[in-house]
Structures are given as structure tokens and as C-alpha cells.
Design a protein around this ligand. Sequence first.
Ligand code: BES
Ligand code: MN
Ligand code: ZN
Length: 491
Amino acid sequence: MRPSLSSAALQDWNGDVLVVGLLKDDAGTSRGTLEQRFSGLGSALEQQDFKAKSGEQVVFNLLDPQGPKRLVVLGLGEPEAFTLTSLRSAAAKAAKASSGFTGSLGLQLPWDGFEPNAAAAAAAEAVRLALYADQRFRKEPEPRRLPEAVELIGLPSAAEAGLDGVSADCAGVELARQLVAAPPNEVTPKVLADTAQQLAKDHNLQLTVLERSDCETRGMGAYLSVSQGSDLEPKFIHLVYKPSGDIKRRLALVGKGLTFDSGGYNLKVGGAQIDMMKFDMGGSAAVLGAMRSIAERRPAGVEVHMVVAACENMINGSAVHPGDIVTAADGTTIEINNTDAEGRLTLADALLFACEQKPDAVVDLATLTGACVVALGDEMAGFWSNDEVLAEGLQGAADTACEGLWRMPLRKSYKDGLKSKLADMKNTGPRPGGSITAALFLEHFVAKGTAWAHIDIAGTVWSDKGRGADPPGATGYGVRTLVNWVCNQAA
Ligand code: BES
Ligand code: MN
Ligand code: ZN
């Protein structure tokens, strides 16, 4: 699927499926042009009581061999309420309305009021990502007929540059979706390491994988304790993107990589979604997807370190007991009062390792707490940061990506909830404010003076029904935000 800017205007566009979005009270522009071009359209729309309300859609299959074979008119609602997110959703709808046609899709939306590059990128990405379907696990995949070309109609030619990163970004999102959606008997810690290996090979990145014994030598006792009840070997993955030329900024992306979270002896029971815990590696999928895209886009001046402490949280005779005390790589002792708060144990050693790379900023992504889902639902990830510049940069990157992100407080006094009678810390505090104590636990392992942000993606990693431009299932949340954030810092 190739996205491009159409050289033809709305009245002359002659591909297969033409989709036009109309805002309410649009008396002049697109509607007028359309009605001139397709005689009878005005009365047809009136007959169908089309009011350009948001969500309205009228489909015309046309018989003129010279013109488009299908015309789709989308209602987009009030102009004031039409945001970049609405634009993405409209493009996704257009993509779905073109199903069955293998030729070209022409898309005219109300672009005015958006930065042209951003609008072009958002629409092109949304079309591709809306048409994503995962048939890897079917005996007989259904044949799919997708548009070969997508042409954006009515954008200024300067918006062409907005399309530059689209293919790389979508490939990153698709990689993340595939990793998250694949079952836990398929995506194991070794498969995450192999995926990093493949990226390293394809895009000239540097890869180090620490085996269990290497991690023991480094004293990563918090991470290894999570893995010790699993038959699968842990893999500690460090993938580095180095641009040619001077390095101005060094960044680290850390992802939680639990390929399955049973809860351990604090087993997930009674509605705790144990059957969904394949998605507990969503953080690692997002950082791998981001590296895939960054490696292709090759931003100048920024070095990017990706760190994933991959393992499974399982139960056997060697599994960690509730109550065990373990020691992280910096010597901090942790009383594991709940084996289901395992992500933060793996991230403790991952953050310590990431900070050893002396980054200017570290961002971690993790499906960390059910409490974050209770707080924010599944359309917004929560984020915590110790640094205002980083927080603003991330928020801006997420806004451009149309990925919901909401800042949460690092309330210091809540750290008291993690006090242990025996060890330096417990891994779990009280239930109220559970996503905040989790963030405070992580902050303990970030080197003093390092800008850090934690993004809890427990709600956003998956969407049962699909949302906006995302089809149901794994969303690939975080990839676009991270890539935007990294590329915004390019020299
Ligand atoms: N992976 C889960 C968090 C999670 C829960 C993600 C539901 C998505 C949906 C995490 O490891 C976990 O089990 N967290 C516990 C922490 C608690 C024991 C303090 C939780 O949220 O219940
Ligand atoms: Mn857990
Ligand atoms: Zn988990």
C-alpha cells in the first residue's frame, strides 16, 4: 500500500474508491464540488437525511466506467470538534469503506487547520493501520483485497514530506502488534531476543543478549527472581542504535517483557485476566517496534539504547515464594510481598542497567498495574516523570501520535507504603494509588539526576472492540509516541 498526495483535485480524481469527509455546515467547499461532479448527489444525500453528523456514512456504488466505482461520503460533525484524532478515525473509516477494491483509494478530508505534514502522516498511517489484520494463526487465511495506492486529495504539495516516515512507523506498530497478539507459547523470551537479533541484522544495530549466568554475575537478583519458576531461559536484551556522525543526545527506552504473567504463587484468579497475560510484554513490543522504525528513519545525533529484561512469571518448585527477599543489581534488598507485582522487579534491574549507559533521558513502558486501568480506562496511558522538559516532550509526541497519555503524580509520601520491616523495600504497597506506588518503586532504581519517565500501558496495550483507527486486538500503543519523541530530538 503506497500513500501519496494526489496530483488531481477532487473534481478530476479518477481512481477506484473516492471517500470524501464533510463537516457540518460545510456549504461551500467539498460538498459543492462533489455535487457539481456527481449530478443528483445533492438530492440523494437529502433523501438519505444526510446531515454530516459525526459517524454518518453514505455509500454509492457507481456505474460510470470513466469515474470512481464507489463514492463514500462521511459525516464528520461540528468543525470545532474535528481534531487530529477525528481525522485519523475518518481515514480509518475510509480505509474500511474501500474494502474489496484492490486499486486506488482517494481520500479528501477537511485538512485546513492542521499542520499539513502532520495531517498527511496521520491520514496515511490510519489507513494502513486500520487495514492491518492478523491471520498468522489460521489454517486457511481469508484472501484479502486491499487498495494498492492511497491518494490524499487536496493537500498542499509541501505535505509530501509528512509521508516520509509513514511506512517505517507503520512497520514498527505492526511489529509491536504481532508480538503482543502472538500467544505465550509462541512469543517466549528467546523469541523477543531473536526479534532484536533480526532487527540488528537488518538495520545495522548493535545487540547484546545477557544470559542467566551473565545476569547472575551482574547481581540482577530482582529480575532473576521473577524468572526462576519458569522452564524458559530469561533473556536480557540490549539493542543500540548509533547514528553516523556526532552524538548530541543519548536516550534509553526500557520495556517490560513478561511473555506470560501467571501472577506466580499470588496466582491470577477470579477475573484477573490470566488468559490475556500474553500482552504483559507490550512494553517490550513497543520499544522493539520503535527501534524498528528508528533504525529505518535513522535520526541524526541521537543514540538510542533499548533495554528489555525478558522472562516469564510462572510457578514450579523453584519459583519465588511470597515473602522472599531478593537483591537488585545496586544492592537494594526487596521483600516480595506479592509475586504478581513482578514487572517492577524486572524493571528495577533493567533501569539500573539503562542508567549505566549514561543516558540523558530514560523512558520505560510497562503493562504495570491494573490500578492504572481503573484510573484511566483503556484510551489513555498514565505517565509519571521526574523532569518537566521530558514530560512536555513526551506529551507533545503522544499528542502528535494521537496516543492518549495523561500525567500522574509522583507523590513522594506514598513511598511509605513500600516500607518493609526487614528489607529496604517491599515490592507492593496498599491498593489505593497502586499505580503511583509502582512508579515510585521504579524511580528508586533511576540514577540521581537522570531524566526519567514511566508510561503504564496496562489499559492501552489491547483493545477488545478496537478504537479510533485501531482494529480490535493488540494496538501497538507507544511506538509512534516513542518514535516522535526520539526524532524530535534529532540534530
Ligand atoms: N501485568 C500485571 C498488570 C496488569 C493487570 C496489566 C491487568 C493489564 C491488566 C502486573 O504484573 C500485575 O499483576 N500487577 C498487579 C500489582 C499488584 C499485585 C500490586 C495488579 O495490578 O494487580
Ligand atoms: Mn503481575
Ligand atoms: Zn505483569
